[in-house]
Design a protein around this ligand. Sequence first.
Ligand code: ADP
Ligand code: MG
Length: 333
Amino acid sequence: MKRTLFLILTLALLLASCAAPVKRTDTVFAMDTVMELTVYGDEALLEDARDVITDMESRLSVTLEGSEINALNSHGSAALSPDTVKLLEGALELCALTGGALDITVYPLVRAWGFTTGEYRVPGEDEIAGLLERVDYNAVALGDGEARLPEGAMVDLGAVAKGYLDDAIAGLWREEGVKSGLLNLGGSVYALGGKPDGSAWRVGVRDPFGSGYLGVIEARDVAVVTSGGYERYFEQDGRTYWHILDPKTGFPADSGLSSVTVVGQEGLLCDGLSTALFVMGLDAATELWRGRTDFDLVLVTSGGEVYITDGLESVFSLSGSYKDKEVKVIRRG
Ligand code: ADP
Ligand code: MG
């Protein structure tokens, strides 16, 4: 009797372990950042994700010779694959939505400040004024699978590419039947489904003033994208200069925000907005949010105040040294 019970139990355990998808993880260095992939399912899912990353980087990289964007910048025009056209169209829409706070043609300035190469410098006023004349996303002409730029203009999709990559990998995994996965593409996070035990993924929001986390968002089928001055910066003569530029001034954005986290279903939107709202500041970000229903925000001011929009009230909590801080909730009314 005991033996039969033992056998049944062993069999049940065996069946259960066969049925439960296996956790697979991988780390990839691409697009100048560390990408962490987690998925429950077959090993091949990771390979599929890596293929999407390689394909996208080979088309979108500004620095990689032969990429579609590199060709566009070098020659002033280039044929684009349908997927690149789609991304470019989406990015241009976000430039318009944010009144040019996001501007994919800010690249000549990004390059002058050395954020592309790591050879940082503070360009002179005249140099900045000259380069600003080349910045205008409205001048990007798109049609018939081809893009054209005016003389001297250059495009950089760095502010939106990782969010778009989130969408592409999550979309593919969904088609492949994945119920549970987590992407962290250097700060552009996407939570596919929840954890296998049914609970939500817990996504940390970085403390812009330290190395730990400021809070946690319980995430399910959403992108969580953060932009902040702490991600890439240099110091000179006692001043800090970071990699998100205000396309109106050509200088690092100084809107009074230290980080912006955008939560929503579309990674591209969240990535573009996280960069743009960092440029726009608290009031303009709040106003933009009030007119839409497709994203929510965590805003941290340079004074250390934490604001969230009301859609995050039940899923955001403070952590670490922020535990006792007041969180101000922004509402629609
Ligand atoms: P990260 O890539 O560090 O996660 P973002 O998504 O905010 O951060 O993108 C910042 C990158 O976008 C910069 O490194 C630069 O290449 C580019 N960039 C900087 N300022 C702007 C801007 N105002 N509009 C569009 N792209 C920008
Ligand atoms: Mg961004």
